[in-house]
Structures are given as C-alpha cells and as structure tokens.
Design a protein around this ligand. Sequence first.
Ligand SMILES: Cc1cc2nc3c(=O)[nH]c(=O)nc-3n(C[C@H](O)[C@H](O)[C@H](O)COP(=O)(O)OP(=O)(O)OC[C@H]3O[C@@H](n4cnc5c(N)ncnc54)[C@H](O)[C@@H]3O)c2cc1C
Length: 408
Amino acid sequence: MDKRVTCCIAGGGPAGMMLGVLLARAGVKVLVLEKHKDFLRDFRGDTIHPSTLEVMDELGWLDELLKLPHQKVTKLTGQFGDTPLTMADLSHLPVKAKFIALMPQWDFLDFLAEKGRAYPSFALMMNAEALDLISDGTRITGVKVKTDDGPMTVNADLVVAADGRSSVLRKAAGLVGEDFGAPMDVMWFRLPRLPTDTDQSQARFDAGHLFVMLQRGDYWQCAYVIPKGGDAKVRAGGLDAFRKSVGRLLPFAADCANAIPDWDHVKLLTVMVDRLKEWARPGFLCIGDAAHAMSPVGGVGINLAIQDAVATANLLWQPLKQGRLRFEDLEAVQARRDFPTRATQRLQLTMQNAIIAPTLAATGKVRPPLLLRLLTGVPYLSRIPARLLGLGFRPEHVTAAIRAGKGS
Ligand SMILES: Cc1cc2nc3c(=O)[nH]c(=O)nc-3n(C[C@H](O)[C@H](O)[C@H](O)COP(=O)(O)OP(=O)(O)OC[C@H]3O[C@@H](n4cnc5c(N)ncnc54)[C@H](O)[C@@H]3O)c2cc1C
C-alpha cells in the first residue's frame, strides 16, 4: 500500500491531533497515524489549561468542548506541613476560560478527531504504527508504517514526529536529546470521592512525602510522588504500608484497602525531562513530547504539545499548501518554541530541585519555601505563577487564516 499526502503526522496524541486538525482546516492534505486502535488508554494527564482552552475558543469550539464532562480548577492550593497556601489563582487571567478543565484525555482527542473528520483534507488512521523514515539521501520523504492490512508506505513533503517521549522517528532521524534528569517518579491511582470529602484539588507537602489529589467528580486522581527509582522499594514495603501512608496524607478518612485492592491499580510514571538540540531535518520535524519530555510539575505537558502544534500550523500551512516548504521553515518552528520550552523546563527543574527533592528528603517539619511565600503573598506578584501555569511563557494564537477555515 502506498499513500501520498502533503503532511504525515506520526502519533495521535494532543500534539499530533491538534496539528492534523489545524492543517486540515487550512486546506493542507494531512494524514495522522496512531498506533493504538482508539484513544482509550491508561490515565496520562487530564489537565486542559487556559492556553489550550483559548485556542479552542479561537477555533469556535470552546462551548462545545465544555459540554463534555469535566471539572474546573480555578485555584491550585498546597498544604506545606500545617501551612495552607494558594499557589496559583487563575481567576485573573485575561482569557475566556479562567480555569483548568480536568477532562479525560481520550474525550479531548475524540473531540479533535471528530472536528478533523469535518475537513476533506484530514485523514486519521488508527492501528497504524510508524516504524521508520524513508529518505532520498538529501531529505526525509516518507514513513514506513505497520497496519492491520500489512506494511504501508506514506510519502509526504513533511513528516512530523508527534509520537511521544519514546519517539521512534526522532531516533530514526538521528536527533539527539539532552537529558536533564528528575529527582522523582510518580505513582498514580484513584480513590473514590465521597459526598463528605472536600471538592478542592490540592497538593500536600509533608516530611518525606508529596501527594497530589485531583478532583474528578466521583473519584480522586491521586499522585504519590516518590524519590527517583523508588517504586520497587515502595512495592517491597507491602500494599498495606502503602495504603497506610496514603491514608495519613489524606485530609479525610478513606477506605484505602478497598480502593487500592492490588498493585495493578497503581501505575508508575517514570519522570523524565529532556529536550532535543535540533528539532528538524530536511522534510522532518519533531513536536510535543517527541521534541521535549516535560516534568509533571504544573501538569503542562499536554498544553506545551498543543502550543507546539499551533505554532507549527501557523508557520507551515502556507509553505505546505504552496509546495515550497524549506528547511528554514522547520527551523523557524524550533526557533519559535525553543524559548518557552526551555523556560518552562528551567522552572520545572528549579521546583523539582528546590521544593520537591527537599520535601521528599525531609524528616522534620516542612514549611513553604520563601520564594513561593513571596510570589503568592504579595498582590500582583501572586499573578505571576497563575500566568505562567495557565498561559505559559509564549502563548500561541491560531492565525486568522486558519481560524477562517480555508480548508473547509
Ligand atoms: C501517567 C502520566 C500522567 C501525566 N499527567 C499529565 C498531566 O496531568 N498534565 C499534563 O499536561 N501532562 C501530563 N502528562 C504528560 C502528557 O501526557 C504529555 O506531555 C502529552 O500527552 C504530550 O503530548 P504528545 O502528543 O506530544 O505525546 P503523547 O501524548 O505521548 O502522544 C503520542 C501518541 O503517539 C502514539 N504513538 C507512539 N508511537 C507511535 C508510532 N510509532 N506510530 C504511531 N503512533 C505512535 C501514541 O500512542 C500516542 O497516542 C502525563 C503523562 C503520563 C504518562
């Protein structure tokens, strides 16, 4: 099977789906390849930040998106030992949706897929795994794909790797990442939420522990942060000890024994933070986690991936449509997104090293760090964390041409 498209995107995550939909809306013939049969997978982050909601508004889809089941977070609160702190209040942001929408990632991706299908130049292939790149010696010209019906070749003016942090295509292109390390990993699980529980999502910093609870309606999505590589040790300590430790961190009583019946209910996220030095080769570009795996601090991975997609579509739709794509156009994408990625990762690394690692190592009383007290205690200064969290360092806006839907 051979196919020919203008742009082939490997990976139907937030970055790949958003880029596919935007390019199709601009009239570029695009094919998104997704190796799974559907979007329904393990929890992998449900935070849709104001920057992404603003993009959805620019596309005229916000109200419809928000009809899907979701919870709103307007304030991020933390408890440092005995001291409560509002770490970010999103209610002042200069956008329409001044909150984080907690929505299952598969609902969001299904929504984008449905929007994409409305454009004649959009195609999405599920069960299609990109295996390798094809090159003519001077540029990447396509992808080799495994499908249920056998091997397939897709030829394209541009191949985009949006295949996540273990990207096979970035490896195939010989692109090298810089690994910045992380002092922690995260164990994710759910606890039922009772009507008597608080309804506030929150983070708890205690001696030796960092615990985050996201309010998801009838359950809590819980993140139990452990020192890097500590998963085996926690599991060796036994399920009962784990349940007790969780129980001590909860602000209310919960039946952890029934809620966590076995270790299969606890999923490990191995935290990594990395970034490619070069995001592109002639005919080839990496975006989202494939270009930069983000720390879970701030829950910004999905949103950075979406911002990459918006910038890519803005910069490339015209050269792609007019058949005059140059390597410099791809370099322009990296030039646009490198600074916000670097700055966000720098902030995440600072928080990892200055707040999270000391908390996990602490044996005595934990207090909020001075910088955080200053940033959250002084009016106006307190708007900085909210802005960085909600909108990021360089919010992207969909260009007028794409908004107008040249491809519909
Ligand atoms: C447990 C967990 C919790 C997280 N929590 C949060 C959170 O709360 N907030 C947040 O913002 N971020 C969170 N993240 C990170 C977030 O999921 C990513 O940053 C974000 O999804 C990146 O989007 P992406 O499109 O670049 O890559 P991905 O979401 O990784 O998407 C890549 C897609 O490509 C597909 N794929 C992979 N290889 C191939 C191939 N060879 N061919 C075809 N398809 C392929 C995959 O199936 C996947 O659908 C979390 C991640 C995990 C694992």
